[in-house]
Design a protein around this ligand. Structure first.
Ligand SMILES: Nc1ncnc2c1ncn2[C@@H]1O[C@H](COP(=O)(O)OP(=O)(O)OP(=O)(O)O)[C@@H](O)[C@H]1O
Ligand SMILES: O=C(O)C1=C[C@@H](O)[C@@H](O)[C@H](O)C1
Ligand SMILES: [Mg+2]
Length: 180
């Protein structure tokens, strides 16, 4: 299959849960006049229930299978902004297909800043259920290597959603000009 030209590739946002992939992805899509796709929302529509209930009813493996199927399909679409779930890059096949077909931004956030956000996440994110803070920190650390597969990293500490989105759009425009 021919490689999609850089400017037409979909933009994919990765990173640990709660770093802002969904929120910032929506803002980037709006600024670029592109459609926004949130993979968790696509899965939620398919099952008619949120990820937490899918995990509880069918198990994580079923969620991951659908996640892989949907991402593999979406990555081939042009001109989208796609936010992945925080655990999607645990699957090597997902890493490989995203690297080959899209432009990947890793939204990074230090643990110190992330832990202030836990109240926003604890009730809805199934992988946080039943874990104490030490175990969550361990998960945060264990997950970092999977996000090393990216094209560009953005440290989001103390950055407003709009600031991060503007940074991503500016760096894309620069890359599109440089590699046109
Ligand atoms: N830059 C930011 N500054 C402050 N709050 C933020 C920022 N980005 C996101 N948030 C808030 O953090 C929470 C989690 O954001 P969001 O749902 O976008 O994360 P996510 O990376 O998509 O998580 P998941 O991997 O679980 O889908 C939301 O309440 C959102 O409003
Ligand atoms: O980090 C994770 O493993 C997850 C993050 C969310 O985006 C959802 O994809 C789901 O709750 C699993
Ligand atoms: Mg999200």
């Amino acid at each position: 299959m021919n490689k999609i030209p850089l400017k037409e590739q979909s933009i994919v946002l990765i990173g640990f849960m709660g770093v802002g992939k969904t929120t910032i992805g929506q803002a980037v899509a709006q600024k670029l006049y592109r459609d926004f796709i949130d993979i968790d929302e696509v899965i939620e529509r398919r099952f008619q229930m949120p990820p937490k209930d899918i995990f509880a009813k069918y198990g994580e493996a079923v969620f991951r299978q659908h996640e892989k199927e949907i991402i593999s399909e979406m990555c081939h679409k042009k001109l989208k902004v796609i936010s992945l779930g925080g655990g999607a890059f645990l699957q090597k096949e997902i890493q490989d297909i995203c690297l080959a077909t899209t432009t990947i931004f890793f939204l990074d956030l230090t643990w110190d800043k992330w832990k202030d956000r836990i109240g926003l996440l604890i009730d809805s994110r199934p992988v946080l259920q039943g874990k104490n803070m030490d175990e969550i920190k361990q998960l945060f650390d264990d997950r970092q290597p999977i996000y090393e597969q990216h094209h560009s990293r953005v440290l989001t500490d103390d950055q407003e959603v709009e600031e991060v989105a503007d940074y991503i759009v500016d760096s894309l425009k620069l890359a599109w000009e440089l590699y046109a």
